[in-house]
Design a binder for this molecule. Structure first.
Ligand code: ADP
Ligand code: ZN
Length: 707
């Protein structure tokens, strides 16, 4: 009988268990490096283990050991096995998940386990022979065993040829490198604010090369917002550092590749790790530097499970390890910009494009109220497109919505066809001739007559990408067109194909949604048409202008990256809007400073911190009742504790997108000028909410993306 217990964090919601940590008795287990015995408790910490949980077995992480337990004698269960090949979380790794758990108000297991590849997390790689005190391996472990024989020494970096930096790049690189010198060691996050095409990526590469060369074990982590940005950058990294040294980590990989890459990264073998948001939590034993590319991108926010910002976690991780972190963007988030303005972050500017002769494109506005846009394309845009095709250049038509035409609308009574599950219009898809809900995925047939008034004149309104594709095909029957959106690239490999075609200069016209806006570098692209983005000028969300500006700046940045001058034509019904002036002069700084002044006046982030309680229930009444109860509990906390006087509790209200997936949703917004105070408050508030033992779905979203 052992005299101590393992404290195991499991992936259960806080509404089930406030800590998510459960006690188990250890059994002797073998791992690839050592035997975990009953006499050495400390060796167990950070290990992934398989434990009985209710009727199932789940994988958890040992976050501590204790000499006693509250579990009554005889009730304490034994773990089933250790996952022998999963490298243990070290002290820093454990501290990182503790930080996230505190900051985002979630259990340790909820934070830590999603970072493991699926096959590891569901424990399928293990079977346990009940009779044996030592866990035995299943057949599925053969791969693991094969890998076990592979070298686990750091892969060598084979340096490829570097570009000769421009004077501006040289200046930034040397100031970044200077900051690593021992006597002036300045490890504030460094913002690299450089216009699109200014050669930020080249700077990251040369900067990281230095770090990799100084230390033969060093690992570096490069975060990118989206999977579709990884192939191009991965190719560049492979060419620069040697394919042996580089791995990618994102959800588009097959499970076995992901497992292999994760394994190589977490054993310290891979030297350069390129990944999307989840990779920020990967164990990297020799991590020496982090780069967050397109740091402003909202894809860094995890929107399911634990809602965290991978950029913010990366900043914390760098701070914790005392290593440098570089944030890059042409349109930094206003949080980051504010930090750079106040000196909390270092700031480096690149205001010119790197390629000689390449300049920022000219931006032209077309007032679509004066110049009719037939089938979505105005006369001036058509002219530019014809010209561009004649010169064998590529035109990008940017459209924010996918689908043939967003909504079906009755020309007689004005009735819109809405989803029966969600507060959203159904979207008409030409290829399937069905109506689809873009929120819950429901499909419906197109009705022959209006369900409300019986009128047969049903019209699609708005312009989707498919409809634009048809218009282009009609006007230029011989044009080679590539459409890139979530519908056209659903099948594996389709996106890669289309992108390769575009990169090779095959396409005359590229039509796409925001998937296309980011990161790509196509020298042939000289003309961009921006269609129908006006709704973004008048959205409710306080972050809408920031997002639209960033998105359009990115789109604009696609043009004229090679030797041909670029031009961008924006079709708008509101040519007087001030945002256009700042976009036309590529003046992010004025835009950002104006926006920040407004935010300060209104007490919005980054001048205050927000948290949002989400409640979902089949009936709005019940969601609202719980939200109101939660609000009362919050007000009671504020009344009784002087520390919380700065906390503001807003009214319980139905959410903007109220009905989603047959659930009605309500919210309560909490505001506080001090982050630590907000955190303390949320911990107590959450405990009070758990005590309600409500069966409704609810969660607290810290730093919510939208309010
Ligand atoms: P960003 O990341 O800022 O958008 P990139 O690093 O991708 O910019 O560079 C944009 C283009 O300029 C790429 O085609 C790249 O190869 C080229 N480039 C970058 N730096 C240089 C340089 N010093 N000399 C020549 N070309 C360069
Ligand atoms: Zn729906």
């Amino acid at each position: 009988m052992t005299t101590w217990v393992l404290q195991v964090a499991c992936d259960v919601p806080v509404t089930v268990s406030a800590t998510g940590v459960f006690d188990y008795a250890p059994i002797e287990c073998e791992t690839q490096d050592c035997v975990l015995s009953l006499s050495q408790p400390s060796l167990w910490i950070g290990r992934a283990v398989l434990v009985p949980f209710g009727k199932q077995s789940v994988v958890g992480i040992v976050v501590g050991v204790a000499e006693s337990t509250d579990v009554p004698e005889g009730k304490l269960k034994q773990i089933r096995a250790v996952l022998p090949f999963v490298p243990p979380l070290d002290d820093n790794g454990l501290e990182l998940i503790r930080f996230m758990s505190r900051y985002y108000q979630r259990g340790l297991g909820e934070v830590a386990l999603p970072a493991l590849p699926m096959v590891v997390r569901n424990g399928k790689t293990l079977t346990v022979e009940e009779a044996s005190p030592v866990a035995r391996l299943s057949k599925g472990m053969r791969t693991w065993q094969k890998w076990q024989k592979m070298p686990r020494t750091p892969a060598p970096v084979v340096m490829g040829r570097e570009l000769t930096l421009t004077a501006a790049q040289e200046l930034v690189l040397s100031s970044l490198l200077n900051q690593l010198e021992d006597d002036s060691r300045d490890l504030r996050p460094q913002l690299l604010f450089g216009v699109t095409g200014s050669g930020k990526t080249e700077i990251y590469l040369q900067y990281l090369a230095q770090i990799l060369q100084i230390d033969p074990q060093a690992q570096v982590l490069i975060l990118v917002p989206e999977i579709n940005l990884t192939p191009q950058l991965a190719a560049r990294l492979n060419a620069r550092f040697g394919a042996e040294a580089v791995v990618t980590l994102h959800s588009g990989l097959t499970e076995s590749t992901r497992l292999m890459n994760w394994w190589r990264a977490s054993n310290g073998q891979a030297r350069v790790v390129l990944g999307t948001r989840l990779s920020v939590l990967t164990t990297l034993p020799h991590l020496r530097a982090i780069v967050v590319d397109e740091e402003h991108d909202s894809s860094y926010r995890q929107q399911e499970g634990v809602r965290y910002s991978a950029r913010d976690v990366a900043i914390y991780r760098a701070h914790q390890l005392n290593i440098p972190i570089v944030l890059g963007s042409a349109t930094p988030s206003l949080e980051t910009w504010h930090n750079a303005q106040t000196g909390r972050y270092g700031l480096h500017r690149l205001s010119e494009r790197a390629v000689t002769g390449a300049s920022l494109p000219e931006v032209i506005l077309v007032d679509v109220q004066k110049t009719a846009a037939q089938d979505g394309l105005s006369e001036p845009l058509r002219r530019l497109m014809s010209e561009s095709m004649a010169q064998h250049n590529t035109t990008l038509l940017f459209q924010n919505r996918r689908g043939y035409a967003p909504v079906l609308y009755c020309g007689h009574c004005g009735h819109m066809h809405d989803c029966s599950n969600c507060a959203a219009h159904l979207v008409y898809h030409h290829t399937t001739r069905h109506l689809h809900c873009h929120h819950c995925g429901v499909q419906a047939r197109v009705p022959k007559v209006c369900v409300k008034c019986g009128n047969a004149d049903m019209r699609p309104i708005g312009q989707g990408t498919q409809r634009i594709e048809e218009t282009v095909a009609r006007i230029w029957p011989n044009a080679i067109v590539r459409r890139i959106d979530a519908d056209s690239t659903r099948n594996k490999g389709e996106l890669e194909h289309a992108l390769a075609d575009i990169a090779a200069g095959v396409a005359d016209v590229v039509i796409g949604t925001q998937m296309l806006a980011k990161g790509h570098d196509w020298p042939n692209l000289n003309t961009v048409g921006v269609l129908d983005v006006d709704s973004g000028l008048f959205a409710q969300d306080y972050r809408a202008p920031e997002r639209l500006f960033a998105l359009l700046q990115q789109v604009i940045g696609r043009a004229g990256r090679g030797q041909t001058a670029g031009r961008v034509l924006i079709q708008t019904a509101f040519p007087e809007h001030p945002m256009w002036t700042q976009l036309r002069s590529h003046d992010f700084e004025t835009f950002a400073n104006d926006e920040l002044a407004v935010r300060q006046q209104l007490g919005l982030p980054p001048f205050a911190a927000h948290a949002l309680l989400h409640v979902a229930a089949p009936e709005l009444k019940n969601a609202m009742l719980f939200a109101q109860k939660a609000r009362e509990l919050a007000l009671a906390l504020i009344d009784t504790q002087i520390a919380f006087t700065q906390v503001t509790v807003n009214a319980a209200v139905p959410m903007n997108m109220m009905r989603l997936n047959r659930q009605e949703r309500a919210q309560v917004l909490i505001e506080c000028p001090s982050r630590p105070r907000l955190q303390q408050f949320l911990t107590q508030w959450q405990a009070a909410l758990v005590e309600q033992k409500s069966r409704l779905m609810w969660l607290i979203d810290v730093d919510p993306a939208e309010i």
